[in-house]
Unconditional design. Structure first.
Length: 161
């Protein structure tokens, strides 16, 4: 069974060693699922969440424009597997040709799927097995963003926070 997810936050992990990698936190039922992403992916997600337009299209914006111009639509993004610490995702899309629905399923990195889902406002689903393996209870996290107490220690002077 798949569970509907919401992007709770995009930020930087903070551990005993200090600042770490960018991370997107999905809220799934009563748990958080952290997925580490590249800085570019994190920035793309932040722009989508905040509705920040870019002067030139970012890769995800370009892909959405192309999909739309080709008469297709993204139906949903599924984070469907977690193996050896790597998350896997699928993007379900459709196109109507002559009144006939044609379905497509694309393998994707979860970060790309999430960045696209934020732009087209489609569901993000997470498989049971992924939630069971990677899901953590909210009290295990200190999720602070701009609206919730400011940047993590060491980022006080960073203009992106």
């Amino acid at each position: 069974m798949d569970h509907a997810a919401v992007v709770r936050d995009v930020g930087v992990s903070v551990g005993d060693e200090g600042l770490g990698a960018p991370v997107v936190i999905l809220e799934v039922d009563d748990r958080f699922v952290p997925i580490f992403v590249s800085p570019d992916q994190a920035q793309s997600m932040q722009f989508a969440l905040q509705g920040v337009p870019s002067e030139r299209p970012l890769t995800h914006d370009l892909l959405v424009d192309m999909i739309t111009d080709f008469g297709c639509a993204i139906d949903q993004v599924r984070i469907d597997d977690l193996a050896d610490g790597t998350f896997y995702a699928k993007i379900d899309a459709e196109r109507y040709d002559g009144g006939e629905r044609e379905e497509f399923v694309f393998d994707a990195r979860p970060s790309d799927g999430i960045a696209l889902a934020l732009r087209v406002d489609c569901p993000i689903l997470v498989a049971d097995a992924v939630v069971e393996e990677a899901g953590q209870h909210p009290e295990e996290f200190d999720v602070r963003g701009v609206d919730e107490g400011g940047p993590p220690e060491g980022f006080e002077d960073d203009p992106d926070w």
